[in-house]
Write a protein of this length. Structure first.
Length: 309
């Protein structure tokens, strides 16, 4: 089933947002403590949680267009800075396992929600039964492992599952596709772990892709970023943005100057669609996602399309 989309959306209630960083989570086995940013609305209770994994070279201070949007509408958003953005040397013994350490970062956050809840003003306000993961690019792969995806090694053997039953939904933005022959020589040399097996990705997930996202990591075209939708049982919905490149119009925020398809309209679509998906997937509003699909399909000039299994 498919719907066309426009950038127009309805008004919704928002509340002021506060961000606290760095919040430090002790990580003796990691080599460096894990620092996170916590962004939350200043009012409200039973707040659902989104743990967000950043893309390559970015960090916990990026993605404000999404993070602030979600938080203003009732979510606590927790953003780590992964080791790969801290100048990790190629010779560092942790480097070959960086994909796993990234996943461990997200798991550590879920294990230490008590520390997050200790942020001034958050005590007693977090709903630990409504947790989602999200990520962009490499961060989408990281988030997908908590949703059940596995990494295939050089012998073709999938890793053990790092899926987490506490995660009830995922939003996967520019999720890297399958590896092997689909990887470019660059990716095969430096990112061989971008070789996912999506068969066990069973957590309800929304995949977001741009139809102009030409990646140096693959010999295929933009459809590479839809593999997670096509090959997993859990990714039941795909949002494709027309004309969008890897930044999806600028979701990384003003700190990242690499966006070449800057488009407030595309960012607005991502904001509205992901929010509606999270509301429905986390059982906050069963009508939010169907209503958003209908309203976006009926409004104005389409800038994208939603497909559902």
């Amino acid at each position: 089933m498919s719907d066309t989309m426009s950038a127009d959306g309805g008004n919704d209630f928002t509340t002021p947002v506060i961000s606290v960083s760095p919040v430090t989570l002790a990580a003796p086995d990691r080599g460096q403590d894990l620092h996170v940013r916590v962004t939350a609305p200043t009012s409200g209770h039973n707040l659902p949680v989104v743990v967000f994994s950043h893309g390559m070279t970015l960090g916990m201070d990026d993605y404000a267009p999404l993070v602030d949007f979600w938080a203003a509408r009732g979510f606590v958003v927790i953003q780590p800075t992964h080791l790969d953005s801290l100048g990790l040397s190629p010779d560092d013994p942790r480097t070959p396992l960086i994909w796993r350490i990234r996943t461990d970062d997200l798991t550590r956050i879920l294990d230490r929600l008590d520390v997050v809840a200790a942020v001034p003003g958050l005590a007693g306000r977090i709903d630990r039964d409504r947790i989602a993961v999200a990520g962009h690019s490499w961060g989408a792969q990281t988030a997908s492992t908590l949703a059940g995806a596995r990494v295939v090694d050089a012998d073709g053997v999938p890793s053990e599952s790092m899926g987490d039953s506490r995660v009830k939904a995922a939003v996967l933005l520019c999720l890297p596709g399958t590896g092997g022959a689909d990887l470019s020589p660059l990716a095969a040399q430096y990112f061989p772990f971008m070789n996912p097996d999506f068969a066990e990705l069973k957590t309800p997930s929304l995949v977001v892709a741009g139809d102009h996202d030409q990646s140096p990591l693959t010999v295929r075209g933009p459809d590479w970023f839809t593999d997670g939708y096509r090959l997993s049982p859990g990714a039941t919905d795909l949002l494709t943005l027309f004309g969008a490149e890897h930044g999806l119009g600028g979701i990384q925020g003003s700190n990242d100057t690499r966006t070449t398809d800057e488009s407030p309209e595309r960012v607005a679509i991502v904001q509205q669609a992901t929010l509606a998906y999270l509301w429905t997937a986390l059982d906050l509003d069963s009508d939010a996602w169907p209503t958003a699909r209908r309203s976006l399909a009926e409004a104005g000039e389409p800038l994208g399309r939603i497909d559902s299994k």
